[in-house]
Structure formats: C-alpha cells, structure tokens
Design a protein around this ligand. Structure first.
Ligand SMILES: CC(C)(COP(=O)(O)OP(=O)(O)OC[C@H]1O[C@@H](n2cnc3c(N)ncnc32)[C@H](O)[C@@H]1OP(=O)(O)O)[C@@H](O)C(=O)NCCC(=O)NCCS
Length: 207
C-alpha cells in the first residue's frame, strides 16, 4: 500500500502536483481535451450513470474550476466533476467521481475529494459538500463518510431524487443526498492525512 501525500501544492493554474512518492499521480483541473478520456472511464464504470460525451465536454470546460482529473503515466486514473449549487448557498456538489479499477483502494478518491473541496472553498467560498449516493453503492458512501470524519464535519442525510422521478423504463435506485459541513477554510486547506488501510465492503480493513 502506498502512502498518501503529506504535502501538496497548487499552482496558479489550479494544478495540484502531488509528491513524486505517490507513483507520479498528477492531479489538475480539467479542460475540454480531457472529456473523451473521462467519458471512456465512465463507460468502464458500471456503477455510474453514463452521460453523453457532450455532457463531459461541458463539465470539463464550463465547470473546469469545480473539477479535477488525475493522470498516471499518461492515463486518466480518476476524475471528480461537480459544480457550486446555484440554488443553495455555499455548497459544492459532487456530480460524479470515479477511480479506474486498478487504482482503487489507494486513497486516490479521497485525495481528489480533499483537493477538490479545498480548491472550491478557496475560489468560491464554499463551506458544504453535497453528493448523492445510491443505497447499494457502499464504496461511494464510505468515501463521503470518510471525508466528513477527516474534516471533523457532520454528515446529514436525506433524499435527493426518488426512483419514481426516473423514466419508467430505467431501473434506478433512490438517489440519497449527503450534506457535509460546515468545513472551515483552514480544515479544507489542510494536507491530506496519511494513508490508512481501506475498508472492505464488510467494514473490515484490507490487509
Ligand atoms: C467510490 C470510489 C471513487 C472510491 O475510490 P478509491 O480511490 O478506492 O477510494 P479511497 O481509497 O479514497 O477510499 C475512501 C474511503 O472509502 C472506503 N472504501 C473504498 N472502497 C471501498 C469498498 N469497496 N468497500 C468499503 N469501503 C470502501 C475506504 O476504506 C476509505 O474509507 P476510510 O477512510 O474510512 O478508510 C471508487 O470505488 C469508484 O470509482 N467507484 C465507481 C464509481 C462510483 O461509484 N463513484 C461514486 C458515485 S459518483
């Protein structure tokens, strides 16, 4: 198991360069030229809703300030796309986050989430993180719970979109809302904590 970063820096361009010790994973803001690779990673990730390539072009360009991509050896190994909720103040919304299967369990999603929230908080004064999770997606829930714990923030839960709101021919679980915060800027900017052994689905740690 690799150690997670204990230090990271962000350049003017919003690029977060992680220490070389973490297998040269480079995290930076997205641009339109990343959208095709993001779309391909989504296609390879069955638990995610697929969207059109055009949707990823919009998110990677118009919402580039609230997104991150992670590359290792020229390959996209993870991404997080979101936006500041236009209807709810101070709230950064995670639309989709994914890590390529071989790169999972190394805290990459946690590092993306921490770097993303710090970037959002610094630029747009955002203090809450929201996301939706489906009841069956345990890794997704664990990711957000872990974020809340790390930042000493409480997590409130509700229902975002009920099954009945999806088209009849689409089998879709309820999308439950998680809302985490408030997160103080100093906590949001704190370096990512060292790696812990990830949990298995049954809650035990991988050994
Ligand atoms: C969810 C996902 C992004 C997590 O990526 P990851 O890099 O493996 O996650 P991390 O290593 O940062 O782990 C974050 C937390 O989740 C836990 N976790 C990760 N995978 C888990 C699993 N399969 N079962 C239970 N817990 C898990 C980790 O133990 C860690 O919790 P901890 O800090 O208490 O130890 C990844 O599994 C994925 O891409 N899934 C498919 C896409 C998806 O469902 N995205 C979420 C909805 S948009």
């Amino acid at each position: 198991m690799e150690g997670a970063t204990s230090m990271k820096t962000e350049t003017e361009a919003g690029e977060t360069q992680l220490p070389r010790t973490h297998s040269q994973v480079k995290i930076r803001g997205p641009s339109a030229s990343d959208a095709a690779a993001v779309w391909e990673l989504v296609q390879a990730t069955p638990s995610l809703d697929g969207n059109s390539p055009y949707a990823y072009l919009l998110l990677c360009s118009h919402f580039a300030d609230t997104g991150l991509v992670a590359y290792q050896g020229g390959e996209l190994v993870g991404f997080l796309l979101g936006y500041a909720r236009p209807d709810v103040g101070s709230t950064a919304f995670v639309w989709q986050v994914a890590v390529a299967e071989p790169a999972r369990g190394q805290r990459l999603a946690s590092r993306l989430l921490d770097a993303w929230f710090a970037r959002c908080a610094r630029r747009s004064d955002l203090r809450y993180l929201e996301a939706t999770v489906t009841p069956s997606n345990k890794p997704s829930r664990a990711l957000f719970e872990s974020f809340g714990e790390r930042h000493g923030a409480s997590m409130r839960e509700g229902v975002a979109f009920r099954t009945a709101l999806f088209p009849g021919e689409v089998q879709h679980e309820d999308e439950l809302l998680v809302r985490i915060g408030p997160i103080s800027p100093s906590k949001a900017f704190a370096p990512v904590t060292p790696a812990r052994e990830p949990k298995r689905d049954d809650g035990s740690r991988r050994g």
